[in-house]
Design a protein around this ligand. Sequence first.
Ligand code: ATR
Length: 282
Amino acid sequence: MALTGKAKLAGVAGWPVGHSLSPRLHGYWLDLYGIDGAYVPLSIDPKDFPTVLRTLPKMGFSGTNVTVPHKEAAYQTVDEVTDRARVVKAVNTVIVRPDGSLLGDNTDGFGFLENLIQRSPGFDPTAGPAVVLGAGGAARGIIAALLEAGAPEIRLANRTRSRAETLAEDIPGAVHVYDVEATEQYLKNACLFVNTTTLGMDGQEAEIADFSALPIDALVTDIVYVPLQTPLLQWAAARGNPTVDGLGMLLHQARPGFEAWFGVVPEVTDDLHQYVLMGLET
Ligand code: ATR
C-alpha cells in the first residue's frame, strides 16, 4: 500500500548489506498484510554503528534487524537483552520500546526450530541426541533452542575444539564435546544432525567426512542456504535421510521482529519460500 506520514519504519543494518534478503522478505509481508510501513536496508560503517543504532529511535524507527558484522556490537550497544540473546552474545533483532530504549533479541535459534517443525512435521527433538557441527554464534542459538525444546543431549564437534568447550561451559545443560574425527562416537543413535559451519557455502569445497554411522532416519539440516542443496544435504538425501534446507530458518527468524515492529504475526508459506528463493537467484 502507499505509505502515509504515519508509516512504521524498520530495516536491516549491515556492512555491506546489498546481499541481504531481509528487505525482500519483510516487503512481501508488508504488501501481503496491507501494512502502512517500510523496511529498508541500512548500510552502516562499523565505526558508526553504535551511534546510528542509538539514533534510530530518534528518527522514528520501531527497530531493526542486525546482520554481519554488527551483531556483537548491537549486543554491546542496546539497553537490555533477552535471555536467548545473552546465550548467543549477539543481537539480530532490535526493538525500540515506548520509552525509546533498545531491547536486543536473538531469534536465530527460534527460527531454526520453527523451520524444522514446519518442514519436518514428525520431528521430535526429545527423541534422541542431536549432533551439532560448529561452535560459532549460530551454533549457540541453535543449541540453546534445542535444549529448551527438550533435546536430551547435544553432541558438539568443531574444528577448533577449545571453542566448542567454551560453548559447552557457557550453556547450561547436557552439551558434550567430541573431536571432529570421532564421527562414530557422536553420530551413533543421533536423531538430528545440524551443520552450523560455513563449509559448503557458495559452492565452497566441502569434503564430507565419514558420516556413515549416522542412523538412516536421522534428520539432517544445514544452516547454509547458498546453495540451497548443500553438499551435506545432497549426501544425506542420496542415502535416504530426511533433510531440511536452511532457507526456512531465515524466514522464521524474521517473524518476531516483524510482529514487534508492524503488529502482525506473519506466516511463512510456500509462496514466501518461492518468492525469497527468486531473490537468491537474481
Ligand atoms: P556464525 O557466528 O555465523 O556461526 P562463526 O562464528 O564465524 O559464524 O563460526 C563459523 C563456524 O564455522 C565455526 O564453528 C568455524 O570453526 P572454527 O571455530 O574452528 O573456526 C566453522 N568453520 C568455518 N570454516 C570452516 C572450515 N573450513 N572447516 C571446518 N569448520 C569451519
